[in-house]
Design a protein around this ligand. Structure first.
Ligand code: VGL
Ligand code: ZN
Length: 210
């Protein structure tokens, strides 16, 4: 497959933040290894967007906010079952900053999510309540975007969630496998690959983009 980015394409680099990489609070297995791949891919796109998971202290997705709960336990929230995480990407901290080796000075937009204390947000289109939207779909439409290329952290959650919402919003959607990292490579990541492909997202390699 050969794909050549045009001004109708956007690369969305999801949550390439210290906490999702080696040494961070909620590390993916391979987050630090994909940074050079992402930098190389980003050089081929004029339109690049960064997403940034951006939680206030005491966020409802943190196990520490629920007495007696540990990371990976679940709680029932008004919007459904919430998996609990270690405290991560707290606003203004080192863990919330982009990985220092990420080199995308031409990125046009940084879209933050997860800033509402009571509701989590994996996809940068919409909170997990399925109702509260960020405006990203409208932004992409106004910019004349037709195809969305997705990479970053983590396939199991924020990359997969964003790809599914991009498809739902009518964009042709590609996930760059060697530019994406997983929290649980042998678990939830496999389900995310299956779900996104069933929804019509295409799994590609960075070598397909020329
Ligand atoms: C993410 C879990 C919690 C992600 C963010 O970026 O995939 N996963 N918050
Ligand atoms: Zn988060």
């Amino acid at each position: 497959m050969t794909l050549t980015p045009s001004h109708h394409d956007v690369l969305v680099i999801v949550d390439m933040q210290n906490d999702f990489c080696k040494g961070g609070a909620l590390p993916t297995a391979d987050g630090h290894e994909i940074v050079p791949v992402i930098n190389a891919v980003a050089g081929k796109f004029t339109n690049v967007i960064l997403t940034q998971d951006w939680h206030p202290r005491g966020h409802a997705s943190f196990a520490s906010a629920h007495s007696g709960k540990n990371p990976l336990d679940t709680v029932d929230m008004p919007y459904g079952t919430q998996t609990l995480w270690p405290d991560h990407v707290v606003q203004g901290t080192w863990g919330a900053e982009f990985h220092p080796d990420l080199d995308v000075p031409h990125a046009q937009l940084v879209i933050r999510k997860g800033y509402n204390k009571d509701v989590d947000s994996y996809s940068a289109f919409c909170m997990v309540d399925g109702i509260t939207r960020t405006g990203l779909a409208g932004y992409l439409r106004e910019r004349g975007i037709e195809r969305v290329f997705v990479c970053g952290c983590a396939i199991d959650y924020c990359v997969g969630g964003l790809a599914l919402d991009a498809r739902k919003a009518g964009f042709e959607t590609f996930i760059i496998s060697d530019a994406s990292a997983s929290i649980f490579p042998d678990g939830s990541a496999l389900k995310a690959w299956a779900d996104t492909q069933a929804a019509g997202c295409r799994k590609i390699s960075s070598a397909d983009i020329v």
